[in-house]
Design a protein around this ligand. Sequence first.
Ligand code: NAD
Ligand code: WQD
Length: 348
Amino acid sequence: MVLVTGGVGYIGSHTVVELLNENYEVVIVDNLCNSSMLVLDRIRKITNKEFKFYNLDVTDKNSLKIVFEENDIDSIIHFAALKAVGESVEKPLEYYKNNIVGALVVFDLMKEYNVNNFVFSSSATVYGKPESCPIREDFSLSTTNPYGATKLMIEDIMRDLSRANKNLNLAILRYFNPIGAHISGIIGEEPKGIPNNLMPYITKVAIGQLKELNVFGDDYDTPDGTGVRDYIHVVDLAKGHLAALKKLKEKPGLVTYNLGTGQGYSVLDLVKSFENVSHINIPYKITDRRPGDIGMCYADPTKAYKELGWKAEFGIERMCEDSWRWQSNNPKGYEENSELLDMITSEI
Ligand code: NAD
Ligand code: WQD
């Protein structure tokens, strides 16, 4: 059985769908601090499969222990974390407490219950300001904000755990910029308040909830001056976790992979692709650079392909199409009425 912490969230829910599709037994733990209970029903509608769910906080060891007691867990995918970079600067203690303590509690229970397989959601943010692109896994690591620091600290803890215990099989997955949604259009990303990230901001402009996009700087050393990123379809990313789980069965010790497409797109490229697939004009204005941003960040994903046999399949237009289907079908996110949901799911 696979324990998925944070399995109700954006990447977690898509990964649970792929796990269920491949007939894994799944138990989800999530305290719903950044997600909606309605996701659970939608996962069931997509997969027609059952799974277990515990509404609890991973930093609460006594509660999480019950999950290990009641289930025969052999692997863990650990998504549960707070993830907003800006908020982490305002509230560092919350981020260190939630992300670091959560991971430590999970590691502790792995030891108590002899669970040896663990997959961790890391981030391209651990490369700080990369020396060049594409970024390889052996590039130097640094962080510029508390969120990134929690990712790097947990990676360091994993490297120490691996040195100390050769029975552990640990995968560090460094995600680049996940966007898109499941093709059903019934699960997707639902940021609270005004989105920080580019794609959710674009889709909110497209449905008329925001007036225009602010493009944060057009004077970077990139082809059109706007920031370049490696956008990856969330379903491709989810599949990367299944590939990592399979790898851990070979008992490799600690492994680290970039999960990206290897292709960089600028802010204006993404706007153009989105306009092409949605046929909606996205008004934008160029503003100052966002503090802490870097000009260019894209992966060298070769190692994941060589060692996991995994590579991203979906291109940028499909990512835009799926983000748009999710947003236009669910203008109020998960608070949609269930009649519409039934109408949509009967067509999948
Ligand atoms: P998300 O916020 O949608 O999902 C995280 C889930 O974890 C949420 O459902 C939240 O309720 C839950 N959670 C948080 N703290 C918890 C706790 N203490 N106990 C139990 N549940 C808790 O975020 P996401 O985009 O799906 O990200 C998943 C993981 O991937 C995170 O670790 C994030 O840092 C990492 N990541 C995300 C991105 C991205 O751009 N989305 C990029 C790189 C890495
Ligand atoms: C993408 C590009 C912006 C919003 C963040 C985290 C990173 C990871 C993924 C978790 C940049 C530009 C954005 C807007 C804009 N998360 N932009 N107007 O910053 O690459 O990565 O999410 O691990 O840690 O830092 O993603 O989507 O915020 O920005 O012009 O309203 O879009 O400047 O060039 P980023 P993003």
